[in-house]
Design a protein around this ligand. Structure first.
Ligand SMILES: Nc1nc2c(ncn2[C@@H]2O[C@H](COP(=O)(O)OP(=O)(O)OP(=O)(O)O)[C@@H](O)[C@H]2O)c(=O)[nH]1
Length: 606
């Protein structure tokens, strides 16, 4: 119970942090889940929106391409109709080229005869470079079967698209061949401003590159772009693949555009390098991850600190228990108390044996002391040591009480440990010793030291009561002769006899003192000069008529000279009074000895 009370003071209050830990863990897990969900969601959104944007560009580009094809075919039909008119096989094509140029830049119209010879051109200048494509025309014409053809070729230093159409003339089985030639790149990309991260490719039906943006090595116009393995994209029309040109992973949307009358398809591929748009996503993910790691680390540190705190708390409690056990079973009576409440936390067995129930836990510690105020003093400073009376079962006992302050961690004010040592017998022995030290061993009277110790009390009483005090100075006459004649032992006998006479004459409240040698003094309380003189006379006469045996058969009579003076109220001690008595004593000696002399203003000053 007592140990529990002591432990209670040392136990830390339930840490709110400890209780909050499960909530922190749940919050962290929720945070991680939300972050993961958000990450997945934003990944998905990012991919989808990129696929949609790419799809829109692909739509735009393929729509432009389709529109271009439609216009080219319209023009082809117009040219064919005109050529088909009787005598219309030598037309001026420039007006057609002009109107067509408004829709597709750098478009040139060529007309070839049935043998593949150039008959007419919308641009006489460009007609000079027809040699670049002549072999294609020859191939087409010589096959004789294909009514139309679509080819890419290099013409006049540019990549161009050739769209050809065979026009059967009404005159016999003769035919003409029209070819529309234009820059596919400008027709498809002209006016568009693709993002540098985007890749734009127009492939013909043989997967030959017709147009590409940006111009990259490894994907030249005319080169065949091989099919690569694909994985499904975030939208139904998109897929991921690494183009053989650079091996970079791209999100691609493929639009197939029907060209020609034979059902061939060209492809518009619009792609975006995944690294370009995922970087920002990864950055935000790294930031989130850093936040999660930081939160986890903080939590882990918190848990580690709590575990450490719990271990320390355990050690601490174990230490308290050990201390409590040591105190409890100590052979020295001890008590541990809380100065804040003033209550006992632990009174050990020895103290309980000594003091009984007042040493129980919860009792006021001050009740152990006869003077309760001492408790306050002992709690003020470390290593206080006081002798005090303690209330024990055997009554008040003098104890040496030692205090030690116990600065317990987490306990505002330190506790106080008191140990008790019974010094009653030592104190009484000390008192006895003091008594003995104050007494003259030969005569049993108070000695000079005892006189000094007692005079303060006499002065204090006189000041309080206002009673007069007289001091007698006494000196045996010719005492040296006694020693010289009868020996030192005889002298001692005289001293003892005189002391007995002195004590006998004085009242119990008076004080008889052997100051040294054969000099004595007596302090008479509540006595005036007259009375003091009478007392002196009684002493003198008593001694003078008292036969003192210095041997078995022989006795001597001894006389004494006495001087006396009054204590003057206000004097700090009796020394001045004693000096005045001495002056009176010297006067008595001078006056012939064996007399009593009162100090007055006539007394000679020696
Ligand atoms: N036997 C004995 N003698 C002592 C003691 N103390 C002092 N004396 C002696 O007392 C004597 C004192 O002598 P003095 O001071 O000359 O005084 P006196 O002989 O009494 O002469 P007056 O005082 O002038 O009358 C010395 O001889 C000391 O040795 C003591 O305890 N025992």
């Amino acid at each position: 119970m007592a140990v529990q009370a002591l432990l209670g003071t040392a136990r830390r209050k339930g840490s709110w942090l400890r209780r909050a830990i499960p909530f922190f863990v749940v919050a962290l897990l929720l945070n991680i889940s939300i972050n993961v969900y958000q990450g997945w969601q934003s990944w998905h959104d990012n991919e989808t929106s990129n696929a949609q944007q790419t799809g829109q560009i692909a739509n735009l580009v393929s729509a432009r391409f389709v529109r271009l094809l439609q216009m080219v075919r319209g023009l082809q039909d117009t040219v064919a109709w005109q050529l088909a008119q009787p005598g219309g096989h030598k037309p001026d094509l420039s007006y057609l080229a002009d109107s067509f140029r408004q829709a597709a830049t750098d478009t040139t119209v060529f007309v070839f005869d049935k043998d593949g010879h150039l008959m007419a051109s919308s641009s006489p200048v460009l007609a000079q470079g027809v040699g670049d494509i002549q072999w294609l025309i020859d191939e087409w014409v010589s096959s004789g079967k294909q009514p139309s053809f679509q080819k890419t070729a290099r013409f006049n230093g540019k990549e161009v698209l050739l769209l050809g159409s065979k026009v059967n003339l009404s005159e016999g089985d003769s035919a003409l061949y029209t070819v529309l030639l234009f820059s596919a790149e400008e027709a498809v990309l002209g006016g568009l401003n693709p993002h540098p991260d985007q890749t734009l490719v127009l492939l013909d039906d043989a997967r030959r590159v017709v147009v590409r943006f940006p111009p990259e090595p490894g994907m030249d116009v005319g080169q065949i772009l091989p099919q690569t393995s694909q994985t499904r994209g975030p939208t139904s029309d998109s897929f991921y693949t690494a183009l053989s040109a650079d091996g970079q992973q791209r999100l691609i949307v493929d639009r197939a555009v029907p060209v020609g009358k034979r059902g061939g398809y060209w492809h518009v591929l619009v792609g975006r390098a995944v690294a370009s748009y995922r970087t920002a996503w990864w950055r935000s993910m790294y930031a989130n991850l850093a936040g999660i790691i930081l939160s986890s680390l903080t939590l882990a540190c918190g848990i580690a600190l709590l575990r450490r705190e719990a271990a320390m708390q355990k050690d601490y409690q174990r230490a308290i228990q050990t201390i409590s056990a040591v105190v409890e079973h100590s052979p020295i009576p001890m008590v541990i108390a809380d100065p804040r409440t003033g209550h006992i936390l632990l009174g050990n067995k020895r103290l309980k044996l000594l003091c009984g129930s007042p040493a129980d836990t919860g009792q006021p510690a001050s009740a152990l002391f006869v003077m309760p105020d001492l408790w306050e003093t002992l709690t003020q400073a470390d290593a206080e040591e006081r002798t005090s009376e303690i209330a024990t079962r055997q009554g008040a006992r003098h104890m040496l009480v030692q205090s030690a302050l116990l600065p317990l961690e987490d306990h505002g004010d330190p506790l106080v440990l008191l140990s008790f040592a019974d010094v009653s017998s030592q104190i009484s022995a000390l008192h006895q010793l003091q008594e003995e030290v104050d007494l003259d061993p030969l005569t049993g009277l108070c000695n000079r030291r005892g006189f000094v110790r007692r005079e303060a009390i006499i002065i204090e009483n006189a000041a309080r009561t206002g009673l007069s005090v007289v001091v007698l100075a006494l000196d045996l006459d010719h005492f040296k002769k006694v020693n010289d004649t009868w020996g030192h032992a005889a002298g001692d006998t005289v001293l003892k006899t005189f002391s007995q006479i002195l004590s006998g004459v004085l009242r119990s409240t008076d004080l008889a003192v052997r100051l040294g040698g054969e000099e004595f003094c007596a302090v008479l309380v509540d006595t005036g000069l007259e009375q003091g003189k009478e007392v002196g006379e009684r002493i003198r006469k008593s001694l003078a008529r008292f036969p003192i045996f210095v041997t078995e058969d022989e006795s001597i009579s001894q006389t004494v000279s006495i001087g006396l003076a009054m204590y003057v109220p206000g004097e700090a001690d009796l020394q001045a009074t004693l000096e005045r008595s001495d002056l009176a004593l010297y006067a008595a000696k001078d006056g012939g000895r064996n007399r009593v002399q009162v100090y007055d203003t006539q007394t000679p000053q020696y």
